[in-house]
Design a protein around this ligand. Sequence first.
Ligand SMILES: [Fe+2]
Ligand SMILES: [Fe+2]
Length: 190
Amino acid sequence: MKSEDVKGILQRRMGVEHYAHSLRVELAARDLAVRYGADVERAALAGLLHDYARDLPEEQLKEMAIANNLISHPVDFLLPVLLHAPVGAYLVSRDLGILDQEILDAIARHTIGNPTMSVMEKVIFLADMIEPGRSFPGADDLRRTAEQDLDKAMLAAFDSALSYVISRGSLIHPVTVEARNNLLQQIGGR
Ligand SMILES: [Fe+2]
Ligand SMILES: [Fe+2]
């Protein structure tokens, strides 16, 4: 599927802001893929499509997740917006015929991460957080770390995401905690 065709489809199904974000994530994903040796064109496609289901209503996300066995944890029902990732991967395969598992996993895991993540998955997770439109506290530090070390950047990204939900008094998704614990052990911390 050509990138221009994908862009036309996205433009029709997303709001202007989310579409612009998707284009920026595509570019950030290309940069990270070059830097860390992921397949650049597939990373670009995954970046472009990562928020395919972002504009669906929460009720619909829940219904589609239940119907297609995409619930990873009971807390998913309390944080339904996060389901746009697995539902997006499902729809991209169903509607666009993209069956590249690495692309689908990267889309499916871009909101909460996963205890074992491929380079492609890390590239998309980070590209979503460091694209130039993001301005959360620590975004510039994260951009710098992402230029130096993929795993350290992932750890910083998890820390930032977890600090954010704590500061808001929100629920923590246990899969993100598990992902951070695993990564921390892999890179030699405890
Ligand atoms: Fe997203
Ligand atoms: Fe996104």
